[in-house]
Design a protein around this ligand. Structure first.
Ligand code: TXA
Ligand code: MG
Length: 307
């Protein structure tokens, strides 16, 4: 099988320790060699992350994940059902794993995921090592869901950028930890709580084990303008993001009230609202069921309500 020239270029950039913008089915990632502390440090610098928050190691398949992490029966059941796909598993790191300490933020655990985007899989196969890839936004800004948005955020920091079209899900992966004790939902995402619980039983909340979920920063995913949630209608000067029936001039998440469409449009809607320079961004109520849990999680972060 021949490897496309842009994939060869991007894989070579990773081998040199340079960074690459990589499309995934969730959001665009700022990718670097997860086994190289230099490359990972470059990711933190490019994002302007305020502190070292552990990164997800993206791998090409379950076998590659098993070289980095110890997946118990529950983790393997989830992996077999949802990979490739928008689910990240936090598991004990193998002592002989290749993911560097900095990518794991010094923890004895590692987050692994097999993304479903064909371009990401081409790159992971060509590179042959785990790839660390946080969302390709600068820290605290909405995640990019198109190549143009990703390039505007962190394009200066990369040696290559791969086109993958608009992201299918538009929301980051669901993060589940499978360590000692009950499985925990560290971050709601594109795979819903109900889908996971159907396979492995009830999920505990992350808050009960904050030490293990270092990524839960306030004002994460935030636009410039303040965000007002559960707004039935816009006030003068506000941009309005609607769900279902809206108002003239609003920015719809989904006119038909479809949560999948709403999730996919969320970050683009926040960017579009912000670009209008409003006094605030008012957002219509979004039901908390299914994918709505992840949409509301990101909205509360945009509004600064989750610490
Ligand atoms: O959809 C996604 O997951 C995207 C695409 C690019 O794959 N990536 C992404 O990465 O959202 P990032 O770095 O923005 O989010 C990683 C999340 C953070 O909340 C981090 O704290 C958590 O995963 N995480 C990573 N390693 C962890 C670990 N060892 N223990 C607990 N949480 C961990
Ligand atoms: Mg992010």
């Amino acid at each position: 099988m021949t490897i496309r020239p842009e994939i060869v270029d991007a894989a070579q950039a990773l081998m040199r320790g340079d960074l690459v913008i990589m499309p995934t089915e969730t959001v665009y990632g700022l990718a670097g060699d997860a086994t190289s502390a230099d490359a990972v440090a470059r990711i933190f610098a490019a994002k302007g992350r305020p502190r070292f928050n552990p990164l997800i190691a993206h791998v090409a398949d379950l076998d590659a994940a098993l070289r980095e992490a110890v997946l118990d029966d529950r983790a393997q059941a989830l992996a077999r059902t949802f990979w490739p796909g928008p689910l990240t598993l936090v598991c004990p790191a193998r002592a002989d794993g290749a993911v560097c300490d900095l990518a794991r933020a010094g923890l004895d655990t590692v987050a692994v995921r097999v993304p479903a985007h064909p371009v990401a899989l081409e790159l992971l196969r060509a590179f042959g090592q785990p790839v660390a890839a946080p969302s390709a936004n600068r820290s605290g800004r909405p995640s990019p869901t198109t190549l143009a948005d990703a390039t505007a955020e962190t394009g200066d920091a990369v040696a290559a950028a791969l086109e993958g079209g608009p992201c299918r899900h538009g929301l980051e992966s669901t993060v589940v930890s499978l360590l000692e004790g009950p499985p925990r939902l560290l971050r709601p995402g594109a795979v819903t709580r109900a889908q996971i619980e159907a396979l492995i039983g009830p999920l505990a909340e992350a808050e009960a084990d904050a030490r293990r979920s270092p990524g839960r920063l306030a004002r994460h995913y935030a636009p410039e303008a303040p965000v007002r949630l559960s707004a039935a209608r816009p006030e003068a000067g506000e941009a309005y993001i609607s769900f279902g029936a809206g108002w003239p001039g609003d920015i719809p998440l989904s006119r038909s009230g479809d949560l999948v469409e709403a999730a996919a449009r969320l970050y683009a809607a926040l960017r579009e609202a912000d670009a209008r320079g409003p006094t605030a961004i008012a957002v219509a109520p979004v039901p908390d069921e299914g994918l709505g849990e992840a949409v509301n999680d990101r909205l509360r972060r945009a509004a600064g309500f989750i610490g």
